[in-house]
Design a protein around this ligand. Structure first.
Ligand code: SF4
Length: 291
């Protein structure tokens, strides 16, 4: 019997049922460390019914390589298309810049595509992150992503499952590890300017050829700065980047949230977590296009 101690949305109830019936893969955004503890969160997700927990960081690594390739050949400025709010704002309010938007999928879409290719189309891909606009992006990419929920919603689901004794009993020690695939250095992807920082593109991209910005009020200003010397525009809509996203639970300062992400990245660089980082060449089997 389900005890309605607390209300959760119909979408979350449906997801909890899906977790019992189908193979579900969590596509976890690395900003999770702002709200949840590593590695405890992996075990909690498995207890909810996820068969695999992957981090979006592997998709970020694939995306970085694609941007490097594009920047080597193009003569036009390239606007990073990782943030769906930036893409939507440019399409609706600043259409003259649409031509500069990269035709490269976001980490959520690329990771979903990759998981379905490597583990099978029957896997249900559930993005979990700080972003509300990802819900629209997931609806536009139903083939790749089945659900997009926020950290706030994940917390609701966990509380609801606990209250209703819906957790699965797990004994396997490996449940503390990420399943394939993840990456270390892209764990800072949710921070402002991190795409340019993690792209390893010093040979093709200098600081003065890059515009990095965050926050809605800086979007238009950054677009106006685009000129023939600019090669790459790395913008995130939320203040501070995804760590300032509306689906984050913590109300700590952006600085504190940012520190948590960097600390997590530094820790993971020292301690090898999980067993398989994932090889770049695997990405050749999927499309990296945005649409
Ligand atoms: S910056 Fe905000 S809107 Fe953009 S992807 Fe991150 S959380 Fe979503």
């Amino acid at each position: 019997m389900i005890v309605n101690i607390m209300e959760i949305s119909k979408e979350l109830i449906e997801l909890l049922k899906t977790l019992k019936k189908k193979k579900c893969v969590a596509l976890l955004a690395p900003s999770f460390v702002v709200d949840f503890k590593y590695p405890k969160i992996i075990k909690t997700l498995k207890k909810l019914g996820f068969s695999r927990v992957s981090e979006l960081t592997f998709a970020a690594k694939i995306i970085n390589a694609e941007y490097r390739k594009i920047l080597k050949t193009t003569k036009e400025p390239v606007i990073c298309a990782n943030c769906p709010s930036v893409v939507k704002m440019i399409e609706s309010k600043h259409p003259k810049y649409v031509k500069y938007l990269a035709d490269v999928g976001s980490p959520m879409v690329i990771m979903g595509r990759f998981i379905k290719k490597h583990f099978g189309k029957d896997n249900v891909c559930v993005f979990i992150g700080p972003c509300i606009t990802k819900k629209i992006e997931a609806l536009e990419n139903k083939k790749d992503v089945d659900y997009a929920i926020t950290f706030k919603e994940l917390k609701d689901m966990i509380d609801y499952a606990k209250a209703n004794k819906m957790f699965i009993n797990i004994k396997n020690k490996k449940t503390n590890d990420f399943d394939k695939y993840y990456n270390d250095y892209t764990k800072i992807y949710p921070l402002a300017g991190a795409v340019a920082q993690t792209m390893h593109a010093k040979d093709i991209l200098s600081k003065d050829q890059t515009i990095s910005s965050d926050g809605p009020e800086n979007l238009e200003k950054s677009l106006k700065k685009i000129n023939k010397n600019i090669k790459f525009v790395d913008m995130l809509f939320c203040e501070g980047g995804c760590v300032g996203g509306p689906g984050i639970i913590s109300n700590k300062s952006i600085d504190k949230k940012e520190r948590k992400v960097r600390k997590y990245r530094d820790y993971c660089r020292k301690v090898k977590i999980g067993k398989s980082l994932g090889k770049q060449k695997l990405s050749s089997e999927i499309s990296l296009r945005r649409v």
